[in-house]
Design a protein around this ligand. Structure first.
Ligand code: F6P
Length: 359
């Protein structure tokens, strides 16, 4: 009997249940039902504290379209993993290894993003058999062209821009839509292009406020009364990009606005005299059913993870490269960030048709 544990860690996203279903159903097929699956609660927290349950085959039915994660999730910062808790003297790494042994696992399947993969690699280096799948709306996991959750979030963020468009045109207003994505601009780039934004600001391309204001003026001169700016939550100005990390952190801590979009709105209002409104869809972007693309991707990743387990190939993340499913060594994934290349085709195409990146 093969014993496999599954956990979902970090921020939730669309497709987590579809991926859980994908790997579980494939495992039952691969091992002719000779497999026991343990659902570990709330990410690494459940592995640390021994919070898990044996799942039944039926638990994996009817969850393909379900948002969130049936296993629950939590954020357990990697940098704290090896820190012994002062009050309880809890050694988290030892506790995870002990619980893995207690469950009698042959393998641990981990679904997560960047931070999760650092810990997944650490557990693999500690001798646990680990197979992982890349999830996040940010699409910033190194080693895969696509993470699941990304396209579903792109659809939602695009719908937000679409809806804002109608109000912006009716009122002749300037609107900023702030899109998630943490330190990278994938989500904002795709939603911005798909939603027909006039300005797209990404962390990878620091903006010049005067250049952004120029766009408003140019559009007004051309008879356009409204402008839509898609702004990544991680967008930074050219001045900020020139700062040292510490200086940047201090200047952001002192910022009197809740986010970069509100600062941008205030600056644009004062330069251009336009009324600027801000919309922040926030966690809305991670909610609800996975889109069709993500359902297929989760199914493919799940089946690939089950194959790796069948072949006893551990220490890999399933990835997508040039349309093919690949196995990427965890050691190559951990600690890297997949940023948007500033000369990628999407940006070139957007620039070609007049979209401004504020630079
Ligand atoms: O990583 C996914 C993400 O939604 C980011 O885009 C965002 O910066 C972050 O998580 C928000 O984290 P939390 O859900 O902890 O507020």
């Amino acid at each position: 009997m093969k014993k496999v544990g599954i956990l979902t860690s970090g921020g939730d996203c669309q497709g987590l249940n579809a991926a859980i279903r994908g790997v579980a159903k494939s495992l039952y097929e691969e091992f002719n039902d000779e497999v026991e699956i343990y659902g570990i609660r709330d990410g690494y927290s459940g592995l640390i504290h021994g919070n898990y349950t044996k799942m039944e085959k039926r638990d994996f039915s009817g969850i393909l379209t379900l948002g969130g994660t049936i296993l629950g999730t939590s954020r357990q910062p990697f940098k704290m993993m090896r820190v012994i808790d002062e009050e309880t003297s809890l050694d988290k790494v030892k506790a995870m290894k002990d619980n893995y042994k207690k469950m009698g696992l042959d393998c641990l399947v981990i679904l997560g993003g960047n931070g999760t993969h650092k810990s997944a690699n650490m557990l693999s280096e500690e001798g646990l058999n680990v197979v992982s799948m890349p999830k996040t709306i940010d699409n910033d996991v190194w080693g895969t062209d696509m993470t699941f959750g990304f396209y579903s979030a792109v659809d939602i963020a695009t719908q937000v821009i679409d809806c804002i468009h109608t109000t912006a045109t009716s009122h002749g207003r300037v609107f900023i839509v702030e899109i998630m994505g943490h330190k990278v601009g994938w989500l904002n780039l795709y939603a911005g292009i798909a939603g027909g934004a006039d300005v797209i600001l990404l962390p990878e391309i620091p903006y010049d406020i005067e250049k952004v204001a120029d766009v408003l003026e140019k559009r007004e001169r051309g008879g356009k009364q409204f402008t839509i700016l898609a702004v990544a939550e991680g967008a930074i100005s050219k001045q900020e990009a020139a700062m040292k990390k510490k200086e940047f952190k201090a200047s952001r801590a002192a910022m009197q606005y809740p986010s970069v979009s509100y600062r941008l709105a205030a600056e644009l209002e004062s330069i251009s005299g336009h009324e600027v409104r801000v919309t922040v869809p926030g966690h809305f972007q991670r909610g609800g059913s996975p889109c069709a693309y993500d359902r297929v991707l989760c199914t493919r990743f799940g089946a690939a993870a089950a194959r790796l387990i069948k072949d006893e190939r551990y220490g890999f993340m399933t990835g997508l490269r040039n349309g093919e499913i690949v196995a990427v060594p965890l050691g190559e994934v951990a600690g890297k960030l997949k940023k948007v290349p500033v000369d990628c085709d999407e940006i070139v195409a957007a620039r070609d048709m007049g979209i401004s990146f504020g630079d």
